[in-house]
Design a protein around this ligand. Structure first.
Ligand SMILES: Cc1ncc(C[n+]2csc(CCOP(=O)(O)OP(=O)(O)O)c2C)c(N)n1
Ligand code: SF4
Length: 288
């Protein structure tokens, strides 16, 4: 599947934030192809289900391999790809519903394994594809098709969750700042371990947050997004936590752990030490 599928006719709504994410992802892949001189086939996109997951069919230019998998199961699929071919560059693309609701249980174990993939989460704080139900990142009180009288749960702080679970690279971005986003995705690809680039990607149909993110002087709205100061040291976990605790949407690389072995190194080490067993001996280990 290294050619764009001409029969797939999915379309995003005009103004959807995912267009910006697509352009940034294309740029990051194009740059990686030039810098590594590896063939495009060495790149794999694993997509969730949702408007965001359709990214895998809509990329322009050189086509990486693509897996449009099951809702919420991008990480197990990505892990399978990495176990079979640790040399491949694997990028996961998923929505906030896919990644943080049904898929949430997979984040912790992959953070602990330090699975060497780059995840791009497109957060629009709703389930776009299924017509605007609330998601974990929808704010308390938000009126959606599934919460007509307002959401009763607090909105999830995804960046805080990633730091708490031990994700080894955490970045936060906005879909309209394409160059910055491309840089973060490119860095996430090179990070030897579990990288998450969390992108505010507004849904113009069910939750248009462009104005809230950028602010409006005319209407007296302060921007929710703010740039991380240049002197921030991403290796400093408590400084990273301080950035997240400030609230709003910080823009930039928040955390980058150094010196943690990625999953493939741990597996290689294990293979070196594991002794082969016969089938009867393996069955015997389960017998009571
Ligand atoms: C196991 C399973 N449960 C539910 C669905 C229905 N479903 C498809 S997409 C989706 C939510 C998509 O929301 P999100 O991941 O935020 O992506 P968006 O469409 O907003 O980009 C749901 C609930 C499904 N396809 N499979
Ligand atoms: S419904 Fe929302 S997320 Fe889906 S394509 Fe339209 S604007 Fe984008």
């Amino acid at each position: 599947m290294t050619q764009k599928n001409p029969e797939y006719d999915f379309k995003w709504c005009p103004g959807c934030g995912d267009f910006g994410v697509r352009r940034a992802l294309e740029r990051a892949i194009e740059r990686r192809l030039i810098e590594t001189e590896e063939p495009v086939e060495n790149n794999v996109i694993v997509a969730g289900i949702g408007c965001s997951g359709n990214m895998v069919h809509l990329l322009e230019g050189p086509q990486p391999y693509g897996v449009h998998g099951l809702h919420g199961r991008t990480l197990p699929i990505a892990m399978g790809v990495k176990m079979g071919r640790p040399d491949l560059n694997v990028v996961v693309v998923a929505g906030d519903g896919d990644f943080l609701s049904i898929g949430m249980e997979h984040i912790g174990p992959q953070a602990q394994r330090n699975l060497n993939v780059c995840v791009v989460v497109m957060d629009n704080a709703v389930y776009g594809l299924t017509k605007g139900q609330s998601s974990p990142t929808s704010e308390l009180g938000m009126v959606t098709s599934s919460t007509p009288y307002g959401k009763t749960e607090d909105g999830l702080n995804a960046l805080n969750l990633y730091l708490t679970l031990g994700v080894s690279f955490v970045a936060s971005a906005m879909s309209s700042k394409i160059n910055d986003l491309a840089d973060m995705i490119r860095e996430g690809m090179d990070h030897p371990g579990f990288a998450i680039v969390h992108v505010q990607s507004p849904c113009t149909e069910y939750n248009d947050t462009y104005e809230e993110l950028k602010g409006s002087k005319r209407k007296g709205i302060e921007p929710k997004a703010w740039p991380i100061e240049e002197g921030h040291d991403p290796a400093d976990l408590s400084a990273a936590q301080g950035i997240v605790d400030k609230g709003g949407v910080p823009l930039g690389i928040i955390y980058r752990a150094e010196g943690r072995a990625p999953f493939e190194d741990r597996m290689r080490d294990l293979h070196g030490r594991a002794k082969p067993k016969t089938v009867p001996a393996m069955v015997d280990t389960f017998a009571l």
